[in-house]
Structure formats: structure tokens, C-alpha cells
Design a binder for this molecule. Sequence first.
Ligand SMILES: [Zn+2]
Length: 360
Amino acid sequence: MGNLMEPSSASVYDGNLASDRVVIHVTSHQRIDQQILVKWRTKTFIARIVEDQEEWIPQFLTQAANFCGENVSRGSPKGSLGSGTTLRFWIDTWLEDKPFYLLFPDLFKLESYKGCLVKDRCTGGGEFSQWEWSWIRPPSTPMEIQQLLTMLTKIQNVTLSNQDDSWRWNADSSSCFTVKSMRIRLQNASYGPTHWVFPWNKFAPHKVNVLGWRIKMNRIATADQLAKRNISTTLSLCPICKAQNETAEHLFLLCPFVDYLWSFILSWCRVSTQKPCNLKDLMEVHQKANLNHWTQKLFQHVILSYIWVIWKTRNDSIFLTKNPSLRRAIKDLKGTSFFWLATRSNIPDLNWEKWRTFSF
Ligand SMILES: [Zn+2]
């Protein structure tokens, strides 16, 4: 691991792909493992192609791609064609986003020298595009002919130059390998580029944000979720209204008790917005209310305090046999949210009167 943290020795040979910016962002153990592996593989990849071109095998990147998920590392290091004296025609990725041996597998089987360079096949030099093949037998099946025609279309405008071949890291706009670009790739591969991100609020304590995040994912210990996991409970009804089955949606959105609490919040914060129709909407309702950035954050803080108070009311009802009281819930909501705000923010002139009347 110590060696991995040092600048790549390949930077001596190829500053294009090597990077001295070796910073691992700590996100999860699994991701760290992936990042270290990919970095190690990329460094080894650079070192091997620079130091001993005959040594390098195509399976190398395929292994990295398989380990980290398809499309994570494959296609990222891409060759830029110059003289064609170091890039391998079939094995390296240089024209398309995949190497030719994957794009045209039937033709690759017919190639007599599978590790041939681009220059071995493109014999026209820089003057014109001319191709010379070395088949075990000429392509003859319909699939082979079709692949040959497609490949010829792709390479028809390729010519060589006097410049050296080089490598680019396509996942970063700088063309250099960076851990950040790799991390983004891994994140996208793990969750997809459009996965939902919980809108964290720094005014509310971490535990409250986590509760909100778990509620959105329906991962809190409501009666229906406990039953799903075969955990027997004596109560299946909502402990607040005792009229409906307890689900996260009922508890935070549909229960008559929270209906009153919700109406109170809207009038207290002087916000006019539709009542959220699901748990995701509840976590994003502050974004949809027509508020400026600052008031939006404060309103979100109120919403997080609201879910905290509901959860507390529900737990007090079950474990302390306290009867739910709307009056107490409202008092809790205002007091707790003010306490958190006063201790976790540096809002100028913040005082109880200002918060009580939500005058921002
Ligand atoms: Zn209820």
C-alpha cells in the first residue's frame, strides 16, 4: 500500500497518463478497495506498456473492468494514434471505445499475429490509408465478411504520422489519470449517474438527517417493516391514531395527527405548498416551496425537526405509554428546532422571538 501512494514511476516515461495527484477520498471500504485496485492496475498497465511492450496482455484491462463493473475502466485509457509503432491494432483501444478484438471477434480469430501493431497493418504511412492483412485464411463466412466491411468503413480515413503514439485517460478532461475521475466513474457504476442524493441540512444534527434519509428509503422500524422481517410485535396499528396500520407513509404523511402538525408548520413558516404525496417528496418539499435559498434551508430544518418530533411522539407512545399530544408536539417542534439552530448555526441576531414567529 505504501508504494501505491508514491508518484508513478511511469511519469518519467509518459507524463500523459501518470499522475502525482494520488489522493484517496474515504467514502466506503468497498470503494477504497476498488480505487486502489484500479489505480494499481492503471499504474501497472502504464509501466508494462512503457517498459516492455511485448509483455502487455489485453486481459489486464478486461480484468480491471470485470472487477469494477463494466464500462468503469474499459475505454478510459485510449491510445492516440501517431506513428502506429506502439499501439496494437487488435488489442489496444485506439479508434473506438473498445479494442478491435472485442468489436470484430471473428476477424480476430483469423489474424495470424494477434499482437500486431497498427503500423504492421496500416502500410500506407502518412501518405494514404492502405491496409495489409495477414489472415490464417481469408474471411469467408457472412459474419466475417460483414465484420470486415464494418471495420474497413471505420478505418478508411486512418493515416499515420511522424508523431509518437500516446495514451489519454478519457475519464478526465485533462486526459491525465486522476483518482477523482475514477471515483466518479465508480460512483456512477454503483448507483447510476442520476441516483437520488439526500439533501443534507447542517442545522439539524447528523442523527436527524440520518433519520430523514432512512425514512425516504423506508428503512425505519415501523410495524409493517418489522412484520416483513418476521419480527413479531403486538401492535400493528399506528400508535398515534390507533386507527390505521403503521407504515412510514402513514406515520409521516397520512396520520390525522401529523395532518394537524403539517398545517401548523405551513402557517408558522408562512409557506404555501402542496402536502407531499410520498416520502421522497417530503424530503424535497423545501425545494418546491417558492422560497429563497436561505429560507429554504430553514424550512428544511423545520421539516427535519417535524419528522424527529413525530418519531419521538410515536416512540414515547409505545415505550413510555405517553398519550400523543398535539400541543406537546408543537412545543417540542419549535423548541427543539430552535435549540439545534442556536447551537449549530451562526445566524446573526437569532433569538427565540425571531424563531417563534419565523421572521426571516
Ligand atoms: Zn396514525
